[in-house]
Write a protein that binds this ligand. Structure first.
Ligand SMILES: [Zn+2]
Ligand SMILES: [Zn+2]
Length: 368
């Protein structure tokens, strides 16, 4: 049996490099050799034991790689050696949910999220891709791994916050939290034509990055009350759309309070326990507000669209890829990422090592 190296979840706080059988594709499946992947905040929740997955699972849901082998039925559309990405969410395209336009909920709640959740993920030398015809997205020529490694999840999720919120040309938008997803929500509000974009966080470097990703105004919530400041900036009304990108009671509640009557709260965060909506924040339930939640959109057409934004230089996600690690150093990478030390935004993980990549990105170019 051919073997491969993988980073395997072995219970709370434990991720080990192990030898695993290299996967082989059946009909309709593909195997890709992973060239670059990354660590998501969700992976940190899993490793801390805050989101349950089974011991023995290979984590990771942001695959960038090269087609290694194809199962029956895919030869006409794809070829071995082709560079592809796969969405973090891999809808089948055929089930009740997919056919009712809820692709991320494929087969049931959160069912579209399979990699590193219900099936082996991308922290490995090779990855088995289910429903490959619906999910393999070729990388445009001349585009590097680093340019697209945040497309499968972070960019797709962040942008979906603005899309689900139906941000319109001329809108006032507030984005609560400016981590990687919040920054991509800020970018999404800009792409959708918002006039005023307000980024809220407490980390100065993240607030600076928010300006580069499209915020006209940034608010440090340690220095001023963000709700009062947003009301002041919007003629006392509140934002047309508030995007929640953290998953905590305080940010959810502030997003409610900062949204005008008739406005939309677009929630991207991953919550644990209950969240509450105080009556005054929700206008006693009579404020004509909409609250929408979104799981990252996936599938190959979504990936194609987002990569075309990268290829045409309308979007540059590389400022967020701040550090590089080999897969063998997953422990160090997880430690750095979860502690948010050294200005880390996102790490690039390379199963083959980082010989050709700088360990720390030195060229930061502004988003268009
Ligand atoms: Zn993720
Ligand atoms: Zn489906």
């Amino acid at each position: 049996m051919e073997m491969m190296k993988a980073a395997v979840f072995r219970g709370t706080g434990i991720v080990r490099i192990e030898e695993r059988a290299k996967p082989a594709p059946r009909a309709g499946q593909a195997v890709i050799r992973i060239t670059t992947t990354t660590i998501c905040g969700t992976d940190v929740h899993i490793v801390k034991g805050e989101y349950p997955v089974k011991s023995g699972l290979i984590l990771g849901h942001e695959p960038v790689g090269v087609i290694e082998s194809l199962g029956e039925g895919l030869e006409e559309e794809y070829f071995v050696g082709q560079r592809v990405i796969v969405g973090a969410i891999t809808p089948c395209g055929q089930c009740f949910y997919c056919l009712n336009s809820a692709h991320s909920q494929c087969h049931g709640p959160l069912g579209g999220w399979r990699f590193g959740n219900t099936i082996d993920g991308a922290w490995a030398e090779y990855l088995l891709v289910p429903d490959a015809r619906a999910n393999l997205a070729p990388i445009p020529n001349g585009i590097s791994d680093e340019q697209v490694v945040l497309v499968p999840d972070i960019f797709s999720t962040g942008l979906s916050g603005a899309e689900s919120g139906n941000v319109r040309v001329g809108d006032n938008v507030a984005v609560f939290a400016q981590g990687p997803i919040g920054l991509c929500a800020t970018l999404g509000a800009k792409l959708r034509g918002a006039a005023l974009i307000i980024g809220v966080d407490s980390v100065p470097a993240r607030l600076e990055m928010a300006k580069r990703f499209g915020a006209n105004v940034v608010i440090n919530y340690r220095e001023q009350d963000p709700v009062a400041a947003i009301k002041t900036l919007t003629d006392g009304r509140g934002a047309d759309v508030a995007i929640e990108a953290l998953g905590q009671q305080i940010t959810f509640e502030n997003a409610l309070r900062a949204t005008r009557p008739g406005g939309t709260i677009s929630s991207l965060g991953v919550y644990s326990g209950k969240i509450a909506a105080p009556y005054d924040a929700i206008y006693a339930g009579l404020g004509d507000q909409r609250i929408v939640t979104t799981l990252c959109p996936g599938g190959k057409e979504r990936m194609r669209r987002l990569m075309s934004m990268v290829a045409t230089k309308r979007v540059d996600l590389t400022p967020l890829v701040t550090h590089h690690f080999g897969l063998d150093d997953i422990g160090d990478a997880l430690d750095l990422f979860s502690s948010q030390r050294d200005g880390v935004m996102k790490v690039a993980l390379k199963p083959a090592g980082v010989a050709d990549s700088p360990r720390v990105a030195t060229t930061l170019t502004a988003a268009q």
